[in-house]
Design a protein around this ligand. Structure first.
Ligand SMILES: NC(=O)c1ccc[n+]([C@@H]2O[C@H](COP(=O)([O-])OP(=O)(O)OC[C@H]3O[C@@H](n4cnc5c(N)ncnc54)[C@H](O)[C@@H]3O)[C@@H](O)[C@H]2O)c1
Ligand SMILES: O=C(O)C(=O)C[C@@H](O)[C@H](O)[C@H](O)COP(=O)(O)O
Ligand SMILES: [Zn+2]
Length: 378
């Protein structure tokens, strides 16, 4: 059975269709929402090999046409050079403003295809067909698109909403186990930051979820998309509330970048959630038991909870300066304060942050200034 959620963004509102085995009906969903008859299907080479043909067939069955454009799988390719190459190929194939982009794949494909759609001929429509768990619960919804640069994660990008999201849960059957775990890193983020009941559900249903039980996965995807859609509808461009979705990402992104983008994003987020929980305990925002609950659930799922010893703390501290929640000299931290509740604050002494990294002073100079603005986020 298919169900539909809505991301309530007035003129930019769009549906999220969730179902098992709904990919062959893709063309009908597109026809209901878009005028475009021709689609540039952007996908990494691994997902393209598995599902590219099926997507092209689904388009054809609805009287639409598609052309597949691929790039090598992995975060390393989430770069401006890939976008430029894809744009060139689309141009050579005659794609114009009457056409649209279809992102087929995980978060890397979705973020890049979305950014390409935002800037190709100054903007053409795009749709998301997420294939990884991470993309189905997080990256395909909300319109954050972009690419990395060597100095930081997602530094170039745009807020650009898709016209629809189509989630076929059956596609998860081919997902490698580590990629499933990476998606669960973001799933646990929702429980810790927004929904204590969901956190307990994840603890109780761990075995079924790891065994890809269809009912449990469907519940997880529906709930994460509902939570994300609500936050995005309230604060599309992250001027306040949306920062909660960034829980675990300040140190997580820094660790990911410091690893040379070899650490999976969801693993980096898991590590980042525990590190910021350490910080929350040290600064009095959380009790030690909360940190243990978060780390305990992540470990039970087989996710990492500690910063890899091969990554120098100085590099992590330097990458944190590239966080997009930095405003002037102030960094807004998303601190866990209770299960299902986070507090957004810039009232963190930089020394406490350096201490959790085992450093005494910042490698780039003076401490971050302290200001007295703390905001209850949920
Ligand atoms: N825009 C957002 O709001 C948002 C949110 C979270 C994460 N992200 C971004 O998403 C990216 C991570 O996404 P990801 O974890 O999906 O990584 P990914 O896109 O690299 O996909 C993970 C791997 O799984 C493979 N794969 C995907 N679906 C498959 C399937 N059904 N069967 C077999 N293999 C499959 C891919 O080929 C790839 O090798 C990061 O760049 C992160 O910054 C963006
Ligand atoms: O949608 C959001 O908002 C998020 O923060 C979701 C995150 O999981 C995601 O990784 C996002 O891309 C991070 O955004 P950034 O602005 O910190 O680059
Ligand atoms: Zn993320």
């Amino acid at each position: 059975m298919e169900e539909t959620l809505t991301v309530g963004l007035q003129e930019r509102a769009y549906p999220i269709h969730i179902g098992s085995g709904i990919l062959p009906r893709l063309g009908a969903y597109l026809r209901a929402r878009l005028q475009s008859l021709r689609y540039a299907v952007i996908s990494d080479d691994q997902v393209a090999a598995l599902y590219g043909g099926k997507v092209l067939a689904a388009l054809q069955a609805a009287g639409l046409s598609g052309e597949l454009f691929t790039f090598p799988a992995g975060e390393a390719g989430k770069r401006l050079a890939t976008i430029e190459a894809l744009a060139g190929h689309m141009l050579q194939k005659g794609f114009d403003r009457s056409h649209a982009i279809l992102a087929l794949g995980g978060g890397v494909s979705g973020d890049m295809a979305g950014f390409l759609a935002a800037i190709y001929m100054r903007g053409i429509p795009f749709v998301q067909v997420p294939t990884s768990l991470l993309a189905q619960v997080d990256s395909s919804v909300g319109g954050k698109t972009g690419v990395d640069i060597a100095l930081g994660k997602n530094i170039l990008g745009a807020f650009y909403q898709p016209r629809l999201v189509l989630i076929d849960t059956e596609l998860l059957q081919t997902l490698p186990h580590d990629e499933l775990l990476a998606g669960l890193g973001e799933v646990i983020k929702y429980g810790v930051s927004l929904d204590a009941g969901f956190f307990h559900y994840l603890a109780e249903r761990r075995e079924q979820i790891l065994a890809l039980d269809a009912g449990c996965l469907r519940h997880v995807i529906r709930l994460c998309c509902t939570l994300k859609a609500g936050v995005v509808a309230a604060d599309e461009r992250e001027s306040g509330l949306r920062r909660v979705l960034n829980f675990g990402h300040t140190i997580g992104h820094a660790v990911e970048a410091a690893s040379g983008f070899t650490l999976l994003h969801g693993f980096a987020v898991a590590i980042g959630m525990v590190a910021v929980a350490d910080l929350a305990v040290r600064t009095g925002f959380a009790q030690p038991a909360l940190r243990e609950e978060i780390a305990g659930l992540l470990s039970a799922y087989g996710l990492p909870t500690a910063i890899p010893k091969t990554i120098a703390a100085e590099r992590i501290a330097a990458f944190v300066q590239a966080d997009k929640k930095m405003a002037g000299q102030r960094l807004f931290w998303v601190m866990p304060s209770a299960l299902g509740k986070v507090t957004v604050t810039d009232q963190v002494d930089a020394r406490a942050f350096l201490q959790i990294l085992g450093l005494r002073r910042h490698p780039d100079g003076p401490s971050q200034r302290m200001r007295s603005r703390t905001q209850e986020a949920t």
